[in-house]
Unconditional design. Sequence first.
Length: 307
Amino acid sequence: MKESSMARAGLRSESGIGGDEPSTRFRLFELAFTAAFLVFMARNLLSPLEWLTGEGFHLAAGLQRAGALAPFPLLPVWAVPLFVAFLLAAGLVVAHRPQHRHFAFAALALAAIYAEGVDSASAFALNKIYVAGFVLLALAPDCAAAPGRGTVTALRAFQAMLMTLYFATGLTKVKSGNWLEHPDVLWTHAQSYYTTEAAAFMLRNLPAGAWTVLQYSVLLFEVGAPLWFAWRRTRPYAILFGLSFHLGIALLMKAVWVFSLQMVAFYALFLSESAAAELLRRLRSAWQNAASIATISRRSNFRVPGR
């Protein structure tokens, strides 16, 4: 009887917005979201001097898009490595010092804000999502004293964020776009500036009707996201469709794969605790194996000559 009541309490907490049970999937989300941001920063750092210093082109105040931050001071060349070290240090704290991760999230939020201010043209909406996400993570209740306490509320907030982003995007397509008026909108988008080799192949080989089916499938997925992800019976299908959707974006639109990576990080929040725990275990095992290989390789490079 006692076990049964405990199980029912667990179910109530799982379906509600509060609770004290541990949430492995939230921890997995923290790691995935941070990793996606570091990859986004790394892409920009392929041209660090053009991005962060006066050696590149930067829009002056008054020439930026509406709502953009006023231009921030650019970094001197010698400070670029310090910015990289700042990002790496914050990422390592999130991964290996979870008791201090709130300070790291605050630092990553500042880095995202700086990325928005130093070059708003390369930031776009996904950088604003990182700013909001890291601020919320920094303010989430500390779980060091009581593992898992408060994580359910934070988990629900980020789940709602993803569903709201999808719904708002779909609603914009319906109200301000022409996705319901023309069946070839997605087909034309695939031929834009972002066209990839994979998109060109599909344009040559897929019939026009297939693009129409894809277009309305995406629209239905986005507008109905609050239902698809909230209802347990449709959630697995929503995850599968969403993963396929973002894989398609990554393959068909060059330079937009970083957005897909960001969105997929949110999917960790919708996994079961057991699935999240197993995925986290595999990631830790892979990291430990990679560290062991690196250690062995480093030691082999320092062998004493003649031995």
